[in-house]
Design a protein around this ligand. Structure first.
Ligand SMILES: *Cc1c(COP(=O)(O)O)cnc(C)c1O
Length: 399
């Protein structure tokens, strides 16, 4: 059971962060049949599997159209381009996200404008968006981080008032709901990623834009396919950014199981919650009206690094999403942000820890993770008590 995440350690963790091989074992026959069919039919570019997967995924998102692309980053970028967002335009997104949310904006030629997150959901803070809007703002790109939907009603309302486009970054939120409606149907368009570790993951890269706008869907179909409407007739300087047909065949098989896998993540989150309640840890939860798909189960603690090490020494792989906020990345020095600009995001970067979470994780393994955490916390509490006895006061918290 080797995974990407466990490569740095000499002993592979007994509880990996994700276990894609375990998932494959549950659906191997169907996957092998689907991929060999594509190869036998030599239907490699777009074709039947991509078209059917687009229809099925649009239906899953309760939206009209879906256009298959080569990654989630492409999906975000091409969605912006389809709305003619580019040089001179500003697009507002969350400081606490995977860097691709900002990269897509830059790649479209526009300027990312970052906003801090609300401390409860870790998603973009709506009052912050309001303050960040200028005459150059063209779009808002809220991120449904960790599988939890952003505050879409106030975001959409604000967008309507100011004439802005809303593009959901739903790359971590396949199947999430906000007030009963699916992620992917909550803005003008939404981008999904099928990176292998996502809730719905391919065996390579893949992405999708979902929208109810027929004209935008048509534009995306051209943009991904050299800007052509019919073969060798090019209306724009498009790209080669199509969803790979073999990946579409894989994803069609996996889509049938997504509800079941998301339901497994839900009870896993509940179990973690039950086992870790009443400790000094800050546990994740859902806002009223939100249904998360628990792409990640992210706890917070001031002793994050020590806890992560402790877990690793017990063969448990935990992750940090993300250790360096976008505005402090060398890649975005040009934006002119500095440390202190987004205090919630910066504090979380020091404190967040993602626990193992994948559909095949058993209650026994979750129990084992929780026990290791509790052992750490009780040992640590003694240590802290000693420190306070010696120094006479508690360590000051940075916020
Ligand atoms: C994964 C991810 C992306 C990028 O998707 P890729 O398929 O890796 O290009 C964008 N935004 C968020 C929030 C993601 O988690």
């Amino acid at each position: 059971m080797s995974t990407q995440m466990s490569m740095q350690t000499k002993q592979p963790p007994q509880i990996p962060f994700v276990d894609l091989a375990a998932q494959y074992r549950t659906i191997a026959e169907e996957i092998n049949e689907a991929t060999s069919r594509v190869i036998q039919e030599a239907d490699f570019i777009l074709g039947r599997e991509v078209r059917l997967f687009e229809e099925e995924f649009a239906a899953f998102c309760e939206a009209r159209y879906a256009v298959g692309l080569d990654s989630g980053t492409s999906a975000l970028e091409l969605a912006l381009r389809a709305y003619d967002i580019g040089p001179g335009d500003e697009v507002i997104t969350a400081a606490n996200s995977f860097i691709a949310s900002a990269l897509a904006i830059s790649h479209a030629g526009a300027t990312p404008v970052l906003v801090d997150v609300d401390p409860f959901t870790h998603t973009i803070d709506v009052t912050g968006i309001e303050r960040a809007i200028t005459s150059r703002t063209k779009a808002i790109l809220p991120v449904h981080l960790y599988g939890h939907p952003a505050h879409m009603d106030p975001i959409r309302q604000l967008a309507e008032q100011r004439g802005l486009i809303v593009i959901e970054d739903a790359c971590q939120a396949h199947g999430a709901r906000y007030k009963g409606r699916r992620a992917g149907s909550l803005g003008h368009a939404a981008a999904f990623s099928f990176y292998p570790g996502k809730n719905l993951g391919a065996y390579g890269d893949g992405g999708m834009v979902v929208t109810n706008d027929a004209d935008i869907a048509k534009r995306l179909e051209m943009l991904r396919n050299y800007g052509q409407k019919e073969k060798y007739h090019h209306l724009s300087q498009g790209f080669n950014r199509r969803l790979d047909t073999l990946q579409a065949a894989v994803l069609r098989v996996k889509l049938k199981y997504l509800e079941k896998w998301n339901a497994a993540r839900r009870w896993q989150a509940e179990l973690y919650h039950r086992l870790l309640a009443g400790t000094e840890l800050v546990l994740p939860s859902e806002a009223a009206g939100a249904q998360s798909v628990w792409h990640l189960y992210v706890i917070r603690t001031e002793h994050r690094d020590a806890l992560k090490e402790h877990l690793l020494s017990r063969g448990i792989a935990a992750g940090i999403h993300y250790p360096v906020p976008i505005h402090l990345q060398p890649a975005y020095q040009n934006l002119g942000y500095k440390r202190g600009d987004f205090p919630v995001t910066e504090q979380y970067a020091q404190r967040i820890l993602s626990l193992p979470m994948y559909a095949e994780l058993t209650p026994e393994l979750i129990d084992c993770v929780a026990k290791s955490i509790l052992t750490f916390l009780s040992a640590n509490q003694n240590g802290q008590g000693l420190y306070e006895q010696l120094v006479g006061h508690a360590t000051p918290s940075p916020l």
